[in-house]
Design a protein around this ligand. Structure first.
Ligand code: ASP
Ligand code: MG
Length: 327
């Protein structure tokens, strides 16, 4: 099973690229889709402002992509529905209602592209039932589970969103499409969930802050849980929780071309894996992180310690010396 990140969905060519990638799978995968890059932010702004100009921008971005892919008729009804939403009252459910259009539109486009190519595909809009905590909903059950596990056609599924018991759209929180992907993976008994993004994998630090950050080839689920909590790669904090619950499911964080990081329930070197910025200092995540308490660090988890030293230095002295052994 695969999740295609929004950073990989900006243009018509990007949807074609995603379809190429999906078509190469030996068996039709379940494909969880994020909203096109930047769209969720625009939809949240749209809910606040109800600006018709902003609506037109969202409309144009999708129509342009859909038109050049020859699938405009599929997205038009959703865009009409979004236009109508501008007149809805503001309520506890309205933010998630607006946000839901991002994934509904992108999944609809990808599904249409696959069908147009003659690839058997089904579209699932918000098959996850959640509680009603809008903006931070918790999945309760997966509808169509048997169909989704059948593997007789590509199943294109909206990430990030669900519906509550009353059928209202909910979201699991920003960056949550990875989390919905691992949740669905657990529910259908997937062996591996590939989170495909524009980054080459989980990196030892944010490359914007630490230029010589490296891709980690391997990581344990427990380390990944704590790395997500420490803010690594902007993962939703609950991304790896379903992986633990599944027991024997692996996650791969990768780009189209780079095999990236494999996350399993095995432990492997290096001892210090990820450094994130934590306030003025750093959070270090890794098997040996607790050792750093002896150097004055504060334990934040079984594999996380906070140090009052900036990420760049911590990376230089704790991560880099070990990295050469795993390459
Ligand atoms: N589209 C959602 C967001 O921007 C979910 C995601 O991309 O993971 O937060
Ligand atoms: Mg994301």
């Amino acid at each position: 099973m695969v999740k295609i990140g929004g950073s990989l969905l900006r243009s018509a060519g990007d949807f074609a690229r995603a379809a190429d990638y999906i078509a190469k799978f030996p068996e039709p995968p379940v494909v969880v889709v994020s909203a096109m890059k930047g769209i969720t932010d625009m939809l949240l702004e749209l809910e606040k402002t109800r600006s018709y100009l902003l609506y037109e921008e969202v409309l144009h971005r999708h129509i342009a992509v859909a038109r050049s892919l020859g699938v405009e008729d599929r997205v038009s009804p959703l865009l009409k529905e979004l236009e109508h939403a501008l007149t809805l009252p503001k309520a506890e459910w309205s933010t998630d209602h607006f946000a839901s259009f991002g994934e509904r539109l992108s999944a609809t486009i990808l599904h249409a592209v696959l069908e147009k190519r003659g690839i058997p595909a089904r579209l699932y809009i918000a098959p996850i039932e959640t509680d009603s905590r809008f903006g931070n909903a918790e999945p309760l059950r997966l509808h169509h589970r048997d169909e989704l596990s059948r593997g007789d056609a590509v199943a294109v599924v909206t990430g990030f969103i669900g519906r509550d018991g009353e059928g209202r759209y909910t979201t699991v929180g920003r960056g949550g499409s990875d989390y919905t992907a691992t949740y669905i993976g657990k529910e259908i008994g997937a062996r591996k969930v590939s989170l495909v993004t524009d980054a080459p994998g989980v990196m030892t630090a944010d490359p914007k802050e630490v230029e010589d950050a490296e891709v980690l080839p391997l990581m344990s689920i427990q380390e990944a849980i704590e790395a997500a909590r420490a803010g690594a790669k902007n993962f939703h904090p609950r991304t790896f929780i379903p992986v633990v619950e599944a027991g024997n499911m692996a996650v791969e964080v990768r780009s189209y071309s780079n095999p990236g990081t494999l996350i399993t329930n095995l432990y492997s070197p290096p001892p210090y894996k990820v450094v994130t910025r934590c306030g003025q200092g750093s959070c270090v995540v890794g098997l040996a992180a607790r050792e750093l308490v002896k150097l004055g660090g504060v334990a934040l988890g079984d594999y996380t310690v906070k140090l009052e030293i900036p990420p760049r230095q911590v990376h230089e002295f704790l991560v880099k010396p070990y990295i050469k052994y795993i390459k």
